[in-house]
Design a protein around this ligand. Structure first.
Ligand code: NAD
Ligand code: IPM
Ligand code: MN
Length: 367
C-alpha cells in the first residue's frame, strides 16, 4: 500500500519522538511491502518563529491533502517561553485547536493499557494487583469549553474572564455513537463521565447518551460524576472499559490514566472524524524540561503510529507487529528513564529515545 502521511514534529521533544516513530514505520514498510511518502509541516512554536502564526493555511491544506497526520507535540514552557507573551490566538496551542476544528476531528481515542511488563512501573501496583487494566477514553474533541466564546473585560472596576461551555445535541450524539461502536468490539461497557449534578451541558449529555444507548442493548451503560471518576481511576482502574466524556474532562482524566500505565510517555491517541482520515499523536506535551537530551520516551508516539495503521489504513497485522515489538522490548527490560521506578534502576537497561526506536524497529516481524 502507498500511504501519504503529513508529519508535524512540532516543538520540544516532538521532533525527537517523531523521528523514532518514522523509524519504526519505515521498518514496517520494509517488512510488509508498503510505502509511505512523508511531508513535514510546521505547527506550534516553530511555526510562530518561522511564519508569525502557529498554523498557516498552507499547513492546514497540506494536512487535509494527506491520508493521515502523524504528530509529535507542540508548545513550550508556559511560564518562561516568549510564545506565551503573544495574544492567545497566536500561541502554539491555538494551532493545534485550529487543526482539530478544521479537520472536524471530534473523536479522540486515548487507550490506557497496563502492559503486564510494566506492572512494577505503575504507582498503583498494590491496587491493580494481578488484574491490570485496559480502558479506552473516548474524549469529545471539538466542543465544550475549548471552543465556546471567551472574553476578558473590565466590569465594575475589575477584570472578569469568561469561558463558555457549549454542547449541541448533535455533537454529543456523534461521539456517543463512536463510544458505543467501539465498546461493541471490546468488553461492551460504557461509563459516561459528566458533572450532571451541576452543569446543564452535562444534563443534556446524559440525556443524549441514554437515547443513543437504546440502539445498543448489548452494551451496558452507566454514568459517573467526574470527581468520582478521578478517584475511581486510582482506586480500581480495572472497572473501566470505554470511558465516554467531554473535552476538558477527557483531557484531565487521560493524563491521570496515562500515569497509572507507568508513564505519560506510554499513552497514544487517535483523533478521528467520520472518514478514515485521522490525526495521531501522543497524549503528552512537548516536555520542554527534557527536550534535546535524547531521553524522552517515544513509545506513545510509536503506538500512535500503530493506531494510524489500524484506523486510517486498515493494516491490523502491521499495527499488531508494532504493539508486539513494544511489548518484547519492555519484557527484555529496556526502559526510558520515565519508566524506571526509583530503587529498581539496576534491574533494567536504561535506554535513550533513539535506542528505543532502534530496538522496537529491530523487532518488527511479519509473523
Ligand atoms: P508535558 O506532557 O509536556 O510534560 C509533563 C511532564 O511529563 C514533564 O515532566 C515531562 O518531562 C514529562 N513527559 C511528557 N512526555 C514525556 C515523554 N514522552 N517521555 C518522558 N517524559 C515525558 O506537559 P506540560 O509540561 O504541562 O506542557 C508542556 C507544553 O506542552 C505546554 O506548552 C503544553 O501546552 C504543551 N502540550 C502539548 C500537547 C500536544 O501537543 N498535544 C499536549 C499536552 C501539552
Ligand atoms: C492534549 C493537550 C491539548 C488539549 C492542549 C495542548 C491544547 O493537552 O492534547 O491533551 O488540551 O487538548
Ligand atoms: Mn492534555
Amino acid at each position: 500500500m502507498k500511504m501519504n502521511v503529513t508529519c508535524i514534529p512540532g516543538d520540544g521533544i516532538g521532533p525527537e519522538i517523531v523521528t523514532e516513530a518514522k523509524k519504526v514505520l519505515d521498518k514496517v514498510c520494509a517488512v510488509f511491502g508498503h510505502e509511505i511518502e512523508y511531508k513535514d509541516i510546521l505547527m506550534g512554536g516553530c511555526s510562530i518563529d518561522a511564519c508569525g502564526e502557529p498554523l498557516t493555511d498552507q499547513a492546514i491544506a497540506d494536512a487535509k491533502a494527506a491520508d493521515a497526520v502523524l504528530m509529535g507535540s507542540i508548545g513550550g514552557n508556559t511560564s518562561t517561553s516568549p510564545w506565551y507573551k503573544l495574544p492567545p490566538h497566536l500561541r502554539p496551542e491555538a494551532g493545534l485547536l485550529k487543526l482539530r476544528k478544521s479537520l472536524n476531528l471530534f473523536a479522540n481515542l486515548r487507550p490506557a493499557y497496563l502492559y503486564p511488563e510494566l506492572k512494577d512501573a505503575c504507582p498503583l501496583k498494590e491496587a491493580t494487583g494481578e488484574k491490570g487494566f485496559d480502558m479506552l477514553i473516548m474524549r469529545e474533541l471539538t466542543g465544550g469549553l475549548y471552543f465556546g466564546d471567551r472574553k476578558t473585560e473590565e466590569v465594575d472596576g475589575e477584570m472578569v474572564a469568561t469561558d463558555t461551555l457549549v454542547y449541541k445535541e448533535s455533537e454529543i450524539r456523534r461521539i456517543a455513537v463512536k463510544a458505543f461502536d467501539v465498546a461493541r468490539k471490546r468488553r461492551k461497557n460504557v461509563i459516561s463521565v459528566d458533572k450532571a449534578n451541576v452543569l446543564d451541558s452535562s444534563r443534556l449529555w446524559r440525556k443524549v447518551v441514554e437515547e443513543v444507548a437504546l440502539d445498543y442493548p448489548d452494551v451496558t451503560l452507566s454514568h459517573m460524576l467526574v470527581d468520582n471518576c478521578a478517584m475511581q481511576l486510582v482506586k480500581d482502574p480495572s472497572q473501566f472499559d470505554v470511558v465516554l466524556t467531554e473535552n476538558m474532562f477527557g483531557d484531565i482524566l487521560s493524563d491521570e490514566a496515562s500515569m497509572i500505565t507507568g508513564s505519560i510517555g506510554m499513552l497514544p491517541s487517535a483523533s478521528l472524524n467520520d472518514s478514515s482520515f485521522g490525526l495521531y499523536e501522543p497524549s503528552h506535551g512537548s516536555a520542554p524540561d527534557i527536550a534535546g537530551q535524547n531521553i524522552a520516551n517515544p513509545i506513545a508516539t510509536i503506538l500512535s503510529a500503530a493506531m494510524m495503521l489500524r484506523y486510517s489504513f486498515n493494516l491490523d497485522k502491521e499495527a499488531d507487529a508494532i504493539e508486539e515489538a513494544v511489548k518484547e522490548i519492555l519484557k527484555d527490560g529496556y526502559r526510558s528513564v520515565d519508566l524506571m521506578p526509583k530503587g529498581c534502576e539496576d534491574k533494567f537497561t536504561k535506554t535513550t529515545c533513539s535506542q528505543m526506536g532502534d530496538l522496537i524497529a529491530g523487532r518488527i516481524t511479519n509473523c
